[in-house]
Design a protein around this ligand. Structure first.
Ligand SMILES: [Mg+2]
Length: 268
């Protein structure tokens, strides 16, 4: 190959590679842009706020009515992110900066201690802790994020968070082992509060959306009494439940899966 054709070939390869990179960036931006309306709703709507108050008002009634088993202590288990803590500013940053979620930038966000409280969350937690119950904060934030998370929560006014009651993720994101450790310590968990079905136990862990909906149908009487759900349209296992190995897909493939999952009117 002469010098001119070598240069031409190299230039074409460079152009193709930059084209691929651009395509990937565009697809990631499209994925992020699909969150804009959800973020607008989450951060700005009175309806979102009303739903969180509705959830915690219901949780308070359920807590008051629940009786622990004889000889056991009364406990409530809550998730943290998008249940007690609002991290939507991190999600909005992803849109503005055109970045996917990753553990490095997430750790920087948690270290900044800028999460705010979900409306009604602080009042509910402190009500439980001052009315004969114990709050357990069971989150899949990493144990390395413990100090910053505790500081963030203390600043927001949450009571009763310490190394016995705030159980973060050291190995598995399946929370069942941590729930079992609470029960083994003599507590009866009368109520679970979360934005993800996995916050209620192992039944929906790594399951697809059909299986997750089946769990909800089979347990529909427990919602509002034993399980309290906070709305989260920003992210969750409902998204990875759209397709097998969803989290391993490229941005282009994720866009396609999202589109394929729409139930659209066929009339036009
Ligand atoms: Mg959560």
């Amino acid at each position: 190959m002469n010098k001119v054709s070598l240069c031409t070939t190299s230039a074409l390869i460079m152009l193709a590679l930059s084209g691929c990179a651009q395509q990937k960036t565009d697809a990631q931006q499209k994925l992020n842009d699909q969150s804009v309306m959800a973020l607008n709703w989450f951060q700005q709507s009175g309806e979102y706020q009303a739903l969180t108050y509705q959830a915690f008002n219901t949780a308070k009634m359920a807590f008051d009515q629940a009786q622990p088993l004889a000889g056991q202590k009364k406990a409530v288990v809550v998730d943290l992110d998008e249940t007690m803590l609002d991290n939507s500013a991190y999600s909005a940053w992803q849109v503005k900066a055109n970045k996917p979620f990753d553990s490095k930038t997430w750790s920087e966000w948690t270290a900044a201690r800028q999460a705010t409280a979900i409306p009604g969350a602080v009042e509910f937690a402190n009500y439980v802790n001052s009315h004969g119950g114990t709050m357990f904060y069971v989150s899949n934030r990493k144990t390395s994020e413990y100090a910053a998370t505790l500081d963030n929560m203390n600043r927001l006014g949450f009571t009763g968070a310490n190394d016995q009651t705030m159980l973060l993720s050291s190995d598995t994101s399946n929370k069942q082992v941590r729930f079992d450790s609470i029960k083994a310590a003599g507590y009866h968990i009368v109520l679970f509060v979360g934005d993800n079905l996995n916050d209620f136990g192992a039944a929906t862990y790594h399951k697809d959306n059909a299986q997750r909906r089946a769990f909800v149908n089979q347990n529909h009487q427990q919602f509002g009494t034993q399980y309290i759900v906070l709305p989260n349209p920003l992210y969750g296992d409902w998204e990875s439940g759209l397709a097998k190995d969803y989290n391993k897909l490229t941005p282009e493939q994720k866009l396609s899966v999202r589109d394929q999952n729409l139930k659209a009117w066929s009339g036009k």
